[in-house]
Design a protein around this ligand. Structure first.
Ligand SMILES: C[S@@+](CC[C@H](N)C(=O)[O-])C[C@H]1O[C@@H](n2cnc3c(N)ncnc32)[C@H](O)[C@@H]1O
Length: 237
C-alpha cells in the first residue's frame, strides 16, 4: 500500500461521524451528483457496465453514481476499513459491491475493463510522488474510450481561493470537527493538504502525462467556486 502515512487510521477514527460532517457542508452531495452526472453523460447507462468508485469512503460518491447511472455494476474501493463499514451498512441496489483495497492495488482485483471511474477526493490523499502512477493504474483499468472523473479541492495559484479556503477551514470546518469528533486532526490535514495540492492546470497536465485525452476541467458553483473542481479525462479509444 502507498497511502499517505497515518491517513487510513485517521479515516478509520473519523468514519463514524463522517456523514454528519458532510451533511453540514452545503453543496457536498449536490456537487458529487453533478460530477457523477458528468460521468454518466459520457458513458451512458446499461446493465452490467462496470463503474469504479475509487476512495468511496462512507459511500457518498457511490450513492451519487447509483443515482446518475442506470443499472451499472459499481465496484467501490477504499483503503479505510472504518469508512467501508459505514458505506456497507447502508442499503444499496444489486450490483453495488464494496472492496477493501487501495487504488494502487486495483490491478490485483481482477476486474473486467471499466466503462468509467470516479475519484472524488481521492487523488489529493495519494502521496505527491505516487499520483502519476495511480492515474496510470486507473487508465489501464478503463476500457478503451472509458472515462475518469476526478473531483477535488484545488486552490494553488489563486490567492483569493487560498484566503476563502483558509477562512472556511479555520472558522467553520475545524471548529465543527472539534465539536463533532472531539479531534479536528483529519480536518486540519484537509486544510493543509488542499493548500499543498496541485493547481487545476497541474492536475490536468498529470492526466495528459498519464495518457488520457479529452481532458477538461470545470469549477464548482456557490461558495466553493474557485475551490472545488471537476476534471474529466478519457482513455484513448
Ligand atoms: C475524503 S474521503 C472521500 C470519500 C468519498 N469519495 C466521498 O466523496 O465522500 C477520501 C477517501 O479516500 C480513501 N483513500 C485515501 N487514500 C486511498 C488510496 N490510496 N486508495 C483507496 N482509498 C484511499 C480514504 O480512506 C477516504 O475514505
Amino acid at each position: 500500500m502507498r497511502t499517505t502515512p497515518g491517513l487510513d487510521d485517521a479515516f478509520d477514527r473519523a468514519a463514524g461521524r463522517y456523514d454528519l460532517l458532510t451533511r453540514l457542508n452545503p453543496g457536498y452531495h449536490r456537487h458529487l451528483r453533478a460530477a457523477a452526472h458528468a460521468l454518466a453523460e459520457r458513458i451512458g447507462g446499461g446493465p452490467g457496465r462496470l463503474v469504479l468508485d475509487l476512495g468511496c469512503g462512507s459511500g457518498a460518491s457511490t450513492a451519487a453514481l447509483v443515482g446518475a447511472i442506470d443499472d451499472a455494476r459499481v465496484v467501490a474501493v477504499d483503503a479505510s476499513s472504518g469508512m467501508l463499514e459505514q458505506a456497507a451498512a447502508k442499503s444499496w441496489p444489486a450490483g453495488v459491491e464494496f472492496v477493501h483495497a487501495t487504488a494502487e492495488a486495483l490491478p490485483e482485483l481482477g476486474l473486467p475493463p471499466a466503462a468509467g471511474a470516479f475519484a472524488a477526493y481521492l487523488i489529493r490523499n495519494i502521496p505527491e510522488d505516487g499520483r502519476d502512477d495511480v492515474l496510470r493504474i486507473i487508465r489501464d483499468r478503463l476500457a478503451p474510450g472509458g472515462w475518469l472523473v476526478v473531483q477535488e479541492y484545488s486552490v494553488a495559484g489563486r490567492p483569493s481561493a487560498v484566503r476563502v479556503w483558509t477562512l472556511v477551514c479555520r472558522f467553520v470546518v475545524v471548529p465543527l470537527a472539534r465539536l463533532v469528533h472531539g479531534s479536528p486532526r483529519l480536518y486540519d490535514y484537509l486544510w493543509r493538504s488542499v493548500l499543498d495540492f496541485d493547481s487545476t492546470a497541474e492536475l490536468a497536465d498529470r492526466l495528459v502525462g498519464a495518457g488520457y485525452t479529452d481532458v477538461a476541467h470545470r469549477d464548482a458553483t456557490g461558495w466553493q467556486r474557485g475551490i472545488l473542481h471537476t476534471w474529466v479525462a478519457r482513455r484513448p479509444g
